[in-house]
Design a protein around this ligand. Structure first.
Ligand SMILES: Cc1ncc(COP(=O)(O)O)c(C=O)c1O
Length: 457
């Protein structure tokens, strides 16, 4: 499709018309940041939205437009924006100190909640992000097994560090992305998560594999889902071959169930990484797992066993502000039905959106299993009924979408008051009300009308 499709789109014109102040800020940002961006996922053609404030399930941009927000702080906001209990805890902590350079009681409460909620978490170590948590997970696995190779799956995202930078959106042949040394890429084996036979072949034909890491509900939190059987088979093979299984629960943790994907599936990984919901909307991550593995971070145990300790620093590990927010968040997960409520609201949202697609005779689908919504835009025009679409039957290649269509649909949603991410995925929180869901289904309908009006559907 020629670029003029977007330039001439009335949807793009409507977005520009409503977001003039965002456009002005984007222009300034372009003078400071590469692409004017502070995170690649916030990229949007013609320019990204600039938010002014947020509350609960809603956010407002600098032009005063209101959105039902499903970007959800990149998935961190299970209790919505600025939950009063989190605000109170963070404000109180800010007045008492943001960094002590020593231990503090909140880090004990925070870590205990992780141990209580996440089945594999015999021991825990906080980091500042999910990227860091996975980096440590790799190091632990290599030090524990004495082996180097890590198996990852095509499309599964684990942050931006060197070992995980390729094979996600490009370099599916396993060659290193620019800036990554080949030696690192040589130690990574990429496998297809939609092909258990090939995955089994890779796992059984190497004797130097330390670990397998995956997003346990599928890449993009189930945008390309994996089945419980697939994960169970990975557990069986890895256990048999002395390979460690790492669940990247940065998104799935506290969202797929209170105890993450591992509790949902009833499958125990050896190591899990956490972030996002973990820190209640503030920065934070953690690696957790089997005692005998995490003990490689312990001064005394490693000394007693004559092993080399893994060093680990990080100025903001378990910082008091993130701990304050994290404790409130995880207590809510533990003692309320926040996780279940978000899952239930997401299910209702998907049903409402699919009703719109059926009424509008659009062969797309809203799908997902937990507190998320994914949009399948059916690039290959397969026959499908929106409400009974089964993403488990598809291969990864079938989820390909037309970039221009995705941008137009997303802008249409934004013009009509709904914000989701650039992969056409949204996270639902425990505070999205039925009214929010109705407004969102209406935004989908209006966006579909806009696409029809310019001949795109
Ligand atoms: C599954 C998964 N793993 C790891 C990360 C990286 O986490 P962070 O952005 O905190 O570094 C993300 C971030 O989106 C993620 O979705």
């Amino acid at each position: 499709m020629p670029d003029s499709t977007l330039t001439n789109s009335r949807i793009v014109a409507a977005y520009r018309e409503k977001t003039r102040k965002s456009a002005a800020l984007a222009k300034q940002a372009g003078e400071i940041y590469p692409s004017g961006l502070t995170h690649d996922s916030r990229r949007l053609d013609p320019y990204c939205l600039y938010a002014d404030r947020a509350q609960g399930s809603r956010k407002w941009d600098v032009d005063g437009n209101e959105y039902v927000d499903y970007f959800g702080g990149h998935g961190a906001l299970l209790l919505g924006h600025n939950h009063p209990d989190i605000v109170k805890a963070v404000q109180a902590q800010a007045a008492r100190g943001t960094h002590y350079g020593s231990g503090h009681e909140l880090e004990i409460r925070w870590g205990r909640l992780v141990q209580k909620l996440i089945p594999c978490a015999e021991l825990v170590r906080f980091t500042s992000s999910g990227t860091e948590a996975n980096l440590m997970a790799f190091r632990l696995a290599r030090a524990f097994t004495g082996k180097n190779k890590v198996v990852r799956f095509h499309g599964h995202f684990h942050g931006w560090q060197d070992h995980v930078a390729f094979g996600v959106t490009d370099h599916f042949d396993g060659t290193p992305s620019t800036g990554v040394v080949p030696g690192i890429a040589d130690e990574i084996l990429l496998a297809p998560a939609d092909d258990i036979e090939e995955t089994r072949r890779i796992l059984t034909s190497h004797d130097d594999i330390a670990a397998v890491i995956l997003e346990p509900t599928g890449s993009g939190f189930g945008q390309v889902p994996v089945s419980k059987e697939f994960v169970a088979e990975l557990r069986r093979i890895t256990e048999k071959r002395g390979i460690l299984l790492i669940f990247d629960e940065v998104v799935a943790g506290f969202r797929a169930s209170k105890g993450g994907a591992q509790a949902h599936f009833g499958i125990m990984p050896d190591i899990a990484s956490l972030a996002k919901i973990l820190a209640g909307g503030l920065p934070g991550g953690a690696v957790c797992g089997r005692r005998d593995i995490l003990e490689l971070l312990d001064f005394d145990v490693t000394a007693a066993k004559g092993k080399e300790k893994i060093g680990h620093q990080g100025t903001f590990n378990a910082n008091p502000l993130s701990a304050a927010a994290g404790v409130v968040m995880l207590e809510a997960v533990d003692t309320t039905d926040a996780t279940g409520k978000a899952i239930a609201q997401a299910k209702k949202l998907r049903a409402k959106v699919n009703r719109v697609f059926e009424e509008e005779k659009v062969a797309w689908s809203a799908y997902g299993q937990f507190s998320e919504i994914h949009f399948f835009t059916n690039l290959s025009n397969m026959a499908l009924k929106p409400s009974s679409f089964d993403p488990f039957k598809l291969k990864r290649k079938d989820f390909k979408a037309d970039k221009i269509m995705v941008t137009r649909f997303r802008l249409g949603l934004m013009v009509n008051g709904m914000d989701i991410n650039g992969k056409l995925a949204g996270k639902v929180s425990a505070v999205h009300s039925d009214e929010d869901l109705d407004a969102s289904a209406e935004a989908v309908r209006k966006s579909v009308h806009m696409l029809k009006n310019e001949g795109a559907l």
